[in-house]
Design a protein around this ligand. Sequence first.
Ligand code: NAD
Length: 500
Amino acid sequence: MHNFSEVLSAAGLVPAELEGGDLPVHSPIDGSLIATLKTSRPEDMESVIAKADTAFRQWRTVPPPRRGELVRLLGEELRAAKDELAAVVTLEAGKIRSEGLGEVQEMIDICDFAVGLSRQLYGLTIASERPGHRMMETWHPMGPCAIITAFNFPVAVWAWNAALALVCGDPVIWKPSEKTPLTAVATMKIMQRALARFGDAPAGLAQLVIGDHRVGDALVSSPAVAIVSATGSCRMGAAVGPKVAARFGRSILELGGNNAMIVAPSADLDMAVRAIVFSAVGTAGQRCTTLRRLIVHQSIRDHLVERLQNTYQSLPIGNPLDEGTLVGPLIDHRALDAMQQALQQAQLEGGLIIGGQRRTDGVPDGGCYAEPAIVQIPAQSAIVKTETFAPILYLMTYESLDEAITMQNDVPQGLSSCIFTQNLREAEQFLSASGSDCGIANVNIGPSGAEIGGAFGGEKETGGGRESGSDAWKAYMRRQTNTVNYSADLPLAQGVKFDV
Ligand code: NAD
């Protein structure tokens, strides 16, 4: 058995801060209590936000490349602490070692990206219609940015947001999931080391608050919080989005997904099977981009089901700390119950279930382990349109590509999607304006495991936000349009005359 307290102390978490609080933290590996953390109260947010606001007034005047230096140091500290932080991710979120390390690597990658970005916060120069005039756009910092995160990417999502926000001139206030606060405490220790090396960053530039949705709500409701970047369920987004909109704040919503793969007759099935299995059972089906719907051409259905069934039977399920495990635990008993309920509902809706049983043999006692399930279902019924955060893969068939694309789009969520085909026409149709309606659409690669270089996010109930690469940084800044008149005349636009 692995020693949990060694993992925590290697990440710099000392017993005094792990005890005596009101928030119990359990490891999904075996359900054991690993800490009781002290939480903040909603009324404490006023002073937290005031500190962030004071920090903003200083930080916005620091030249962006100097702000980038802080993020460069954060990247260095993350590199040095990669193994230790990844181990806490495994302990607290139940990810297998390789995925825990991958998550910290993603933090490092976004830091590198943001450092380059700190010299590239470009605005346009625009041709003016008036003689002796010049127009341009400048991008300015927005203000404090609240970062509300989900349990399943307990540290990477903070980094996606924080690296960009800090470079863009915005202080950050992080409210992690109440299911994974220890990874956040460990990350803040790494951030503190970067801040100490940086030297003159204002106090309150990067803060952490531990608590549940009430603490999140206090941040969401404050007009002094310029940006609310919230990652989690559609239910959470439905509460947060309207509140931020009502006060004309800016929100970046990264909500649930219900991601599909279309497998066409020409697909390379060896590749498709590998992509399906990684996307459907990786992170025990607890990724926002997890593959949940397989839309298979009817001519290859039986062959594909047989191959998937064989692979599923030999999946190593168990302790995520053990070498060789590919499927770790679900986060808690509620998640396991939700999986079982979804499978019962699927059966009522005509589903034929393979796997999906709770696993108790060969896994640590007290953890919530389940066999990933494949459900052959005749139609895209209500349960298929619901995101159940567990390894359930619904399998349906199609005859024409138009029908497959219609099915792919006929769910409330719009995060990630993909097609496996070697037919160029099919691939291009899938990526076209009348193809996938998702924020992410891939060809011959699964829906999960995105790189940080692209903008990440989705449409419809997924919330419409974009984070990470490309020009996602623009959501963390305000755009100002400037017109400069260097002539000795005052012409009006559109030729309007107004002589006084
Ligand atoms: P959740 O919605 O239960 O909680 C997410 C966070 O929101 C937590 O920090 C929680 O305390 C906070 N929260 C909940 N209600 C709130 C409210 N009314 N006001 C303010 N804060 C509130 O989600 P979860 O179970 O932790 O994570 C799983 C969900 O997250 C899945 O739906 C998954 O698809 C989604 N997710 C989406 C992305 C993405 O980028 N689109 C990434 C990761 C996870």
